[in-house]
Design a protein around this ligand. Structure first.
Ligand SMILES: [Zn+2]
Length: 201
């Protein structure tokens, strides 16, 4: 799907006999399709996928000049699953009410980073708000949350996670996962896959 027009510009049909296995059909179809576009002289700058490992490998090894972006929807889905699992651990049920906020936060980080990977990761790793801290210092710079100031009543009523609680530690592990932080660098353009549109989400 072309990102600027949302039009399907290419379709590849692969027979199972063409690939070594059924799993191999996806990268084969992807590669053939992309090569067809390039052969036609179309300049492909960015390709957005659901982060399927075989496609990731094909792009990295065969088309290193193309910027490979991941659809935040797929990554968000994975984070949600991990947080739900974490919330079932002992003393971790307080994670539950925060799950929606965390996934919204990821969406916001990607949609506002404007291609700046460093800023995206800084925003994502900022675990202050969830502890009820809305102003903080980082590397000698003053930072604050982007939401309007909370009233004393709002601040008191909301259930924040305590820094030394099991729930906060479990959430911290999910947020700081090394592979996730690497993936975020490929989500700076806030691009989506065709499926996102077709699903009507
Ligand atoms: Zn805040």
């Amino acid at each position: 799907m072309d990102d600027s027009t949302n039009e399907i510009i290419l379709f590849e049909l692969i027979q199972v006999t063409q690939a070594k296995s059924s799993v191999g059909m996806e990268p084969l179809g992807f590669r053939k399709g992309l090569e067809r576009l390039l052969d036609e002289g179309i300049h492909v700058k960015v390709v957005t996928t659901d982060r399927h490992p075989s496609i990731w490998k094909t792009l990295r090894e065969t088309f290193p000049d193309i910027d490979h972006q991941f659809d935040p929807w797929h990554i968000t889905k994975g984070i949600k699953k991990k947080l739900v699992q974490a919330s079932k651990r002992k003393y971790c049920k307080d994670i539950g009410p925060s799950i929606k906020s965390v996934t919204n936060h990821l969406w916001w980080c990607c949609s506002t980073s404007k291609g700046d990977g460093e800023e995206l990761i800084r925003r994502w790793k900022s675990l202050h708000h969830i502890r009820g801290v809305h102003r903080w210092e980082e590397n000698g710079e003053e930072h604050k949350c982007y939401h309007p100031d909370l009233s004393a009543d709002e601040q008191r009523k909301k259930r924040w996670l305590l820094e030394d609680s099991a729930a906060f530690k479990a959430l911290y592990e999910v947020v700081m996962n090394r592979r996730l932080l690497q993936d975020l660098e490929q989500m700076t353009l806030f691009k989506h896959t065709a499926m996102y549109i077709c699903d009507g989400r």
